[in-house]
Design a binder for this molecule. Structure first.
Ligand SMILES: [Fe+2]
Length: 336
């Protein structure tokens, strides 16, 4: 009651009723230790308080959908272009025009309604006692009958593999991608199970000769001090796929401002902050990823050791828009 009286009194006096400091509400499907510092620094720099809800992306998207126009969410953060693309298809984002973001984030990593802030590569890991490096230098080679009984991947319906499939459709065409998916299935060492780390461990254990995994899972094992992780790393080798053709498939973590965001000004500030060197360090390094701001290099032992590579430069929005087609192709090929 008192607040209402104060507000009307202030408005009667022609003053803005800014009874509390600026706030920003973030719905995030990322949970890394360094995220605390990432958010803390933003508040320190701007005085804007961050309220954060962390959950799985599907839960967050469902929440945004049911909250509708009354949603308090200003920013949605998640990993993988396919998931950002799915959120975009729901029509939840509003485009953000920012010269600062345009200057710092490469064009191919900006979609119409969301922005990438870190990149990860989909790499090939192999067991050199089982397959030769020359046999596994491209994604296409993994479908070669010479690798029968050697290939391990997580489920074909997982966003990471669907995004790779989408990139292959863009570069090689739908028909070639369907044949590739059939070839992968025919080469399985075992039915898909587990996550990318499980595939790397299976290669190290000799259960599979070759597997596909996101770079940060390998980097995590490389940076680990656990003897079992070090032993696994010692048994495998990694290649940057497709260096002589379209480059290694990369994916992203990203964020966008929501259409119904109640704090749009703070939201734009936050999206700009994520492209700052300081935020890039937390955002990327927290999960052993690369910053999108190319002038800024992070110092990460495993990433330094993995070295430079030629990355695919397919526009990330186009990739996201092709994921549904990849799903249909993988379904037909029995890559589940
Ligand atoms: Fe992951």
């Amino acid at each position: 009651m008192k607040k209402v009286v104060l507000a009307s009194l202030l408005s009667a006096l022609g003053l803005a009723a800014t009874a509390h400091a600026a706030e920003l509400n973030i719905y995030s499907a990322r949970h890394y230790q360094t995220d605390e510092q990432l958010y803390g620094n933003f508040t320190k720099q701007t005085g804007i308080k961050i309220n954060r809800i962390e959950a799985k992306e599907d839960e967050l998207l469902e929440r945004i959908r049911t909250e509708g126009a009354n949603s308090p969410a200003d920013i949605f953060i998640t990993v993988d272009a396919s998931r950002l693309g799915k959120a975009d298809e729901m029509g939840i984002f509003a485009p953000v025009k920012s010269a600062e973001i345009e200057a710092r984030v490469p064009a191919h990593l900006r979609a119409d309604n969301w922005v990438s802030y870190s990149t990860r590569a989909r790499i090939i890991v192999f067991n050199p006692t089982m397959v030769k490096e020359e046999q596994v230098k491209t994604y296409e080679q993994l479908a070669d009958p010479a690798l029968k009984g050697q290939v391990c991947t997580r489920s074909g319906s997982h966003p990471y593999n669907l995004s790779l499939g989408a990139a292959m459709i863009k570069h090689n065409g739908a028909e070639a991608t369907e044949n590739w998916a059939k070839g992968i299935v025919a080469n399985f060492a075992r039915a898909p199970k587990g996550g990318d780390t499980d595939q790397i461990r299976a290669v190290a254990a000799g259960e599979c000769g070759v597997a596909i995994a996101n770079s940060y899972y390998l980097a995590r094992l490389m940076n680990s001090t656990k003897p079992e992780d070090q032993a696994a790393v010692a048994n495998i080798k990694a290649v940057w796929p497709n260096q002589d053709s379209w480059g290694t498939h990369i994916n992203v973590s990203g964020a966008g401002m929501l259409k119904n965001a109640p704090n749009k000004e703070a939201a734009v500030k936050f999206l700009e902050y994520l492209a700052s060197d300081e935020a890039q360090a937390y955002f990327a390094n927290g999960n052993n990823e690369w910053p999108v701001v190319t002038t800024f290099k992070i110092d990460n032992a495993a990433l330094n050791k993995l070295g430079e590579f030629k990355a695919d430069t397919l526009p990330i929005g186009e990739l996201a828009a092709t994921v549904a087609e990849a799903q249909r192709i993988f379904d037909r090929a029995g890559y589940r």
